[in-house]
Ligand binder design. Structure first.
Ligand SMILES: Cc1ncc(COP(=O)(O)O)c(C=O)c1O
Length: 382
């Protein structure tokens, strides 16, 4: 197989070798049920508690504030529903933004059908919410604000700390979906002023199907599912020990290497952008303010070039995402680009390229060559 240049780390990441090494014994030898009182059970219980500490350490929480989930989607579902159901006396109004992941928007649509009222905050042309809009939206019956830390498509970072201050002032719970930011930029729950924070393991070199939810001590919270007493009764079910161990290790590595990785992701992204700007003979438009963006994310459009055609021209050698979905005879623009008021042509031409800790300069050189060659052929043939 030809060497694949993988530049879609926002979609998912490979499992880090150190993470795989750590989880392997728990797939094979250490099979005990963590709730069993004898040695092989107790060993696994300890492994879970070590992982809980590793997750907590990465985000500045205490281990009691961490529960393990199946990933970002479950964490977001649980955060929003668990918080509003437990705090119904506060009211049934929720504030969120127009650029959230479906794991938040779909929960809000569901709650809307149950009688909740949702305020969808608009964003500017870079996908950022306005603090004045947040302040204006808060009402006495607002039960929850849920705004993502960083956007998965364009990388824009939201002013979470400041939104958290507004939430605190008004006694409103505040959740952030940090699936894309954890491991790439600092995500300290106290500095960010959040009450609930979602983590998705497969975005930080742990396997798919594991995640975590931070629930600040003292927050009134309800179950999503019911069963025995695991995870303080909040997320019952026999724990997925190998994956929990994997997430713990991934968080430990992320903490140890945060600055180094951040710098590397940024350098690779910049190299890519500079290369594309230099070699593409058409206008290159970046859909974000790169000074307020995840270090690894580049949402970019090439004038006169359709993203799907570009992806098929570049072929399977370089992996990246497109900002639109292609149906039989129409192109559906992503809700995020729509909310940013991106014009249709730019949106249809938008690709998301995201670097990772394993991205090399050589890969970037090849990707620039492949993408710019395709862009130049396609824009000239227009
Ligand atoms: C911002 C954001 N939230 C939530 C999710 C969902 O996470 P998971 O795939 O672990 O369910 C993703 C994954 O794409 C994401 O990017």
């Amino acid at each position: 197989m030809k060497h694949l240049i993988y530049l879609d780390y926002n979609a998912t990441t490979p499992i880090a070798p150190e993470v795989a090494d750590e989880m392997l014994p728990y797939i094979q030898a250490h099979f005990g049920n963590p709730s069993s009182g004898y040695a092989i059970g107790r060993h696994n219980k300890e492994a879970i508690e070590k992982a809980r500490m590793q997750v907590a350490n990465l985000i500045g929480a205490t281990p009691e504030e961490i529960i393990f989930t199946s990933g970002g989607t479950e964490s977001n579902n649980h955060a929003i529903r668990g918080a509003v159901f437990a705090n119904q006396q506060k009211g049934t109004h929720i504030i969120t933004s127009a650029v959230e992941h479906p794991a938040v928007t779909e929960v809000c649509y569901y709650l809307e059908k149950q009688g909740y009222e949702i305020t969808w905050l608009p964003v500017d042309s870079f996908g950022k919410v306005n603090l004045a809009d947040v302040k204006k939206a808060v009402r006495p019956d607002t039960a929850l604000i849920s705004i993502m830390h960083a956007n998965n498509e364009v990388g824009t970072i939201q002013p979470i700390k400041e939104i958290g201050e507004i939430a605190k002032t008004h006694g409103v719970l505040f959740h952030t979906d940090a699936a894309q930011s954890v491991g790439k930029i600092e995500t300290n729950v106290n500095k960010l002023n959040v009450d609930l924070l979602s983590i998705a393991g497969h975005k930080l070199y742990a396997p798919k199907g594991i995640g975590s939810l931070y629930i600040r001590k003292g927050v009134k919270f309800e179950n999503l599912i019911f069963g025995a007493g695991q995870e303080r009764g909040l997320r019952p079910g026999t724990e997925n020990v190998p994956y929990v161990v994997a997430l713990g290790k991934a968080c430990e590595l992320a903490k140890e290497n945060l600055e180094k990785n951040n710098r590397h992701l940024f350098q690779m992204r910049q190299l890519l952008l500079e290369g594309l700007k230099e070699k593409c003979q058409t206008t290159v438009k970046v859909n974000a303010d790169l000074d307020n963006c995840l270090p690894n994310t580049l949402s970019i459009a090439f004038d006169g070039v359709d993203a799907h055609t570009l992806a098929s021209f570049v072929g399977s050698g370089v992996s990246f995402s497109t900002g639109s979905a292609c149906h039989a005879d129409s192109v559906e623009i992503s809700p995020v680009l729509n909310a940013m008021n991106t014009d249709r042509k730019t949106a249809a031409g938008t690709v998301r390229i995201s670097t990772g800790k394993y991205t090399t300069e050589k890969e970037i050189d090849h990707a620039v060559e492949a993408i710019s060659t395709a862009v130049n052929q396609l824009s000239l043939s227009k």
